[in-house]
Design a protein around this ligand. Sequence first.
Ligand code: FAD
Length: 446
Amino acid sequence: PSIDWDALSSELTGIEIITDATQVAKLSQDYYTFSPVLQNLLSGKTGNLVARPVTEAQVLQVAAACVKHKVPLTVRGAGTGNYGQCVPLEGGVILDTTRLNEIRWIKPGLACVEPGVKLAALDKQAREAGWEMRMAPSTYRTATVGGFIGGGSGGIGSITYGQLRDRGNLHAVRVVTMEDVPRVIELRGDEVQKVNHAYGTNGIITELEIPLGPAYAWAELIVTFDDFMTAARFGQSLGDADGLIKKLICICAAPIPSYFAALRNQIPENSHCALLMVAECCLEPLQGLIREYGGKICYEKSAKEASKGTSLAEFTWNHTTLHARSVDPTLTYLQTLFPADKSLKLVEHMYHHFGEEVMMHLEFLRVNGTAIPAALQIVRYTTEERLKEIIRYHEEQGAFIANPHTYILEDGGRKSIDPVQLQFKEMVDPYGLLNPGKMKAWGERK
Ligand code: FAD
């Protein structure tokens, strides 16, 4: 049945609505363009209108109108996701959360925010109270807290606190349902996993309680090494060094540093380097570790100096790919978890096996209490077939690939259907209106 857009619009009175086609198209996009595969699948997909509620009551109003008219609703934060998470596959309403941006409270170790709060804004306010975000993606300047929970996985800080999926990294959420009469459900403790990293397919998050860590003054350094494996081993050692407080261990094989235009004068040509954020109070003991691996510091900024310019963080995680692609837009990337193995055998094997076709970029993070190398390798793309072959080879050798070339929730990092998330969707979104086409389990249920 055709949708009566005029009737639907009249039910959204009092709410900011955008219908200008160019604007709507813009607010239907994210950063899926990093993937040539997703470019083919998602370009041109757009919603019909954008709603920008400012209160939870208005979110309920949008939900009710969409349910009444059986219109798809796709939630969007800042739209910095990499897998087309917030691209509407079947049109409909885009619910933009960026005006739901109140920081409700900050207590020791915990903050309560609306979903549209920017990560950097929360971090800034928390630091005034002596706390900081435990982890953030390299897009923290623009990305929202709701979007990070809905579509992200971890980032700067994950070397200490693990990933968003780990128990304790999300305390509570309020979600608006898409039932005949939409309501608000509060989920606390393990229950938050029902909507954690669900791409907005099973509830609209309207409030979150997020844990904080004690704030440190983070110095920023680049250390260069003569060969890549020494840099990688240094990264592993720093990750394992419990007495050294750190927030970021990013290791880039040559020629990746040459893509960092703004750092070109600092990093010697053809070097393999470590981009680090280490607590200022740990800089002296860090020297010993750098010496042990024969590293040379080519860039060092105190926390105060670092806060004035672009942070090194904005060259790491998927910003590494961003910088590489700004030099060569044919490049793409992979997301890999290497097994916990301090000798880094598989990293070494892949580094030599693929050479410059798959340029090694490691990000150390904590998984089940152990520092392990994750990788966002930069890939010289040729064909989709070859990309699949590269992925298959990694998997056969025992690396875990969180495929960034799919918009399907379960085919990315999860790999299996999550019965808890499916069951929750059956209850809160009985008509399957939330971000349709993204949750495989929903499409495949009998
Ligand atoms: P959006 O892209 O707007 O949304 C993400 C998903 O969450 C969508 O499916 C959306 O429907 C859903 N969603 C948004 N708000 C809600 C809500 N209120 N309720 C329910 N669902 C909701 N990610 C990382 O994890 N780590 C990184 O280091 C990282 N680095 C990146 C670097 C670059 C250069 C780029 C382009 C992306 C990177 N990302 C990274 C991906 C992305 O930037 C982050 O995950 C970011 O936190 C997403 O926030 P957002 O507000 O842009 O979310």
